[in-house]
Design a protein around this ligand. Structure first.
Ligand SMILES: [Fe+2]
Ligand SMILES: [Fe+2]
Length: 402
């Protein structure tokens, strides 16, 4: 018997973990599929990047037996309706998928779901009763649902917990802490990645712009392993912050972060081919740019080309920034400087000069930040016995590093 437990998990907190654990134990599930929603049908608020919510669900269920986290809804284009997800899962699982697991609020909200009658013909509802629940009232609601839809609703117990994702996010925004409301692994993720620390930059975008970003994240999903998705989202956040400080296009900056490494995990030959196609677009610059087509640096121009060809977003400014994000160059545009820096000092990074570079960048001293960042890049190359490429040397002269 398999259960499905969906949610935004923004963030994944202790009540989510307790619900998953008690569902498995009390319903005797062979498997519980935890499913972070890709695009929620009810848009009460904007959800965070999918890779963050997916990561928190993975971290938050660490050590729970029979629990798996699925990115099925995240990878599926468009709005995710539970009915469609259940039908899709049942193609493989058949009737072993038996329970839709939820908190008791579902008893009041199920009528407003997409096709509840069809959904409840496919699966039973398994509803968590918290220690402080009003059992008589919920029993009444249970009977009403069973009668209305001709379905089965079962209860299972979980401890009393009053946690609200909204309050946790607010506490993280205000105090930088979630006050022990999330599993330990999620806490340390939140401390490092600070997904709710960018409200100012993100709220300056309208809903359509935010949607474009989520669409682009979805487009890039399969190009990236999970670690790189987190890096991309982290760079997107930091690039948006710098764009806000320097008066650049915040949406385009965030977008550049999401896609800047999109070709990095392609097979070497494909990456090389894309990089060459990019250089072909700039015949006069080809010789200079082509000097940087070494194995590692080819992923910049290759990503630029892939975005240009396949993402539906075409912008010269974006292309140039992506192409140069790894090497830098002389005469970089402000926008390209922003992506270069965000890539090096986003919250997923750890190295000694990080805070100094962030401080310079956030105080408005772009030249100082670029200069210090290039010093770090040259030092890092030196530590690995690697030589800087000609473009990086051009940049180093331009910012008076050498
Ligand atoms: Fe990169
Ligand atoms: Fe990167």
């Amino acid at each position: 018997m398999i259960g499905l437990f969906g949610g935004t998990f923004d963030p994944f907190h202790n009540a989510h973990r307790a619900l998953a654990k008690h569902a498995v134990e009390q319903l005797g599930l062979e498997q519980l599929i935890v499913m972070p929603v890709g695009r929620a049908p009810h848009k009460e608020r904007r959800t965070s990047f999918a890779c963050y919510r997916y990561e928190m669900a993975r971290l938050g269920t660490t050590g729970l037996e029979h629990v798996v986290v699925s990115d099925d809804e995240i990878r599926t284009p468009g709005v995710d309706y539970t009915y469609h997800t259940v039908k899709r899962l049942k193609e493989n699982l058949g009737d072993r998928l038996q329970h839709l697991i939820s908190g008791s609020d579902v008893l009041l909200s199920i009528d407003s779901w997409y096709r509840p009658d069809a959904l409840l013909k496919e699966v039973d509802l398994a509803v968590a009763l918290r220690g402080d629940a009003d059992r008589r009232m919920l029993e009444g609601q249970r009977q009403a649902i069973e009668e209305k839809y001709g379905c089965r609703v079962v209860f299972f117990d979980m401890p009393k917990m009053n946690l609200s994702a909204t309050e946790i996010r607010e506490s993280l925004e205000d105090k930088g802490k979630s006050q022990d409301t999330c599993p330990l692994e999620v806490e340390s993720f939140l401390t490092q990645y600070r997904p709710y620390d960018f409200a100012f930059e993100f709220e300056s975008m309208d809903d359509d712009q935010w949607q474009t970003l989520l669409d682009i994240e979805e487009w890039a999903w399969d190009f990236h392993p999970q670690e790189r998705r987190l890096h991309a989202a982290s760079v997107a956040q930091y690039a948006a912050r710098l764009a806000a400080i320097y008066g650049e296009d915040i949406e385009l900056a965030a977008l550049s972060g999401l896609v800047h490494d999109v070709a990095k995990n392609l097979p070497q030959e494909e990456r090389q081919h894309l990089a060459e196609a990019y250089f072909d677009m700039y015949p006069t610059e080809k010789e200079r740019l082509g000097t940087c087509i070494t194995k590692e640096l080819a992923h910049g121009p290759a990503s630029a080309m892939l975005v240009w060809n396949e993402s539906g977003v075409r912008s010269e400014k974006l292309s140039e920034a992506i192409a140069l994000h790894s090497s830098a160059s002389a005469d970089m545009s402000r926008f390209s400087e922003i992506l270069f820096l965000a890539d090096k000092v986003a919250y997923d990074r750890k190295f000694d000069r990080l805070d100094d570079i962030r401080e310079l960048a956030e105080s408005g001293d772009m030249y100082g930040a670029m200069r210090l960042c290039l010093i770090e890049v040259l030092d890092a190359l030196g530590r690995n016995n690697e030589r800087p490429c000609p473009l990086t040397l051009d940049a180093s002269r331009d910012y008076n590093v050498i």
